[in-house]
Structure formats: C-alpha cells, structure tokens
Design a protein around this ligand. Structure first.
Ligand code: ZN
Length: 203
C-alpha cells in the first residue's frame, strides 16, 4: 500500500516524464521538418532543372538556366551530405523511441497513483529506479536544454496531466500563460501561490 507522499511522488514523476516527452517531440519535429525540406528539394530541383532547360533552350536565358541549375545542385548536394553525416534518421529514431518510453512511463505512474491503496511498495520502488534510468537516457539524448524550452515543455505536460493544467508550485494555470517568476513553469504565480521557487523539471 502506498501513502500520500508516494502518490505525490508518482504525480511528480508523471509530469517529469510528460515534460521529457514534449522536449523529445520538439527535437523530433524540428529535425523531421528539415529532413522533409531536403527530400522535397531532392525531387523539386531536378524537376525545376528540366523545366528551366526546356523553356530556356535556344534562348538568351540558356546560360542563366545552366548557372542556376549548378547552384541548386550544389546546395542539394551539401544538404544531402549534412543529412548523412549528422545521421538525421538515427537522431529522429532515438527521440521517437524516448518519446514513446516517457509516454509509457507517465501512463504507468498515473495508473499506479490511481491504484495506490492496492499497489505494493516494491512496485513503487521499481518504478522510481526506472525513472532514474529514463532520466539518465533523456539527459544524454537532449543535452543541455535552455530554461525557456524546458518551461514550455513543462506547461504542455501540465495541460496533459490535468484538465485545468495547474502548476503545483505557483498554482497558475498553463492555459493562461503570462511570462512570470515561476522557475518551474515560467508563468506568473497566481494569488494563491505557496512558493514560486523550486527545481526545474528533470534537474
Ligand atoms: Zn509554476
């Protein structure tokens, strides 16, 4: 059986996991967009080249079309080399995997909190060990996360964790965001604030 303190820890672990999930999602979507641009260019540049060559053939613009083609081909080649050298697909795969893992963990912590009276203490301790391992993987994958990005992800996690998205530190709602002094969510503390200072999520 788990006491109230354990349930609070589970709720907190859930928000931390959801925060990490949103951080991974941010990295993932940025890289996916960049990858999509390169793929689009890989098709678009040759199509544009044939169109230009066909329309400019035998005209005074033929030379300009050839220069434009060489320029675009060089850009495309550089982007393809960058994409391969920096292993974008591996990067996307890793963040995608950790996003799913954090989502699974958040769901498990929530179920355990809901079933607290019948949850054995051993299961709770195992989950905390998993949280440490997962946090370690997150830190290695995400590297240094700017505070602004971390707080934005935390607010998204609050919205996902409860209908009103209230920050447990400053009592403000993540749905009503005004940049403020809360060190955890970055919002302006509500008048019912207990204390606005606290560790940053995942620190
Ligand atoms: Zn807050």
């Amino acid at each position: 059986m788990l006491d109230e303190n354990c349930v609070d820890q589970l709720r907190s672990l859930r928000i931390d996991a959801l925060t990490a999930k949103h951080l991974h999602h941010g990295r993932l979507s940025r890289k996916r967009k960049a990858s999509l641009v390169v793929d689009f260019l890989a098709i678009g540049v040759p199509v544009l080249y044939f169109a230009l060559r066909f329309t400019a053939k035998g005209t005074q613009h033929q030379e300009v079309a050839e220069i434009a083609w060489e320029f675009l081909a060089a850009i495309l080649l550089a982007l393809a080399i960058i994409k391969m050298s920096f292993r974008w697909e591996d990067y996307i795969g890793k963040h995608s995997e950790l996003m799913a893992e954090n989502n699974w963990f958040a769901s498990k912590a929530n179920k355990m909190a809901d079933a607290a009276p019948s949850t054995p203490r051993k299961e709770f301790d195992q989950l905390r060990e998993q949280a440490v391992e997962l946090e370690d993987k997150d830190l290695r994958s995400l590297g240094t996360v700017p505070d602004q990005e971390k707080r934005r992800a935390y607010r998204e996690a609050l919205k996902e964790s409860s209908p009103n998205g209230v920050c447990p530190i400053c009592q403000s709602s993540a749905y009503s965001y005004t940049p403020g002094s809360c060190q955890v969510c970055g919002n302006t503390p509500s008048s019912g604030e207990k204390h606005a200072k606290g560790g940053l999520p995942n620190e």
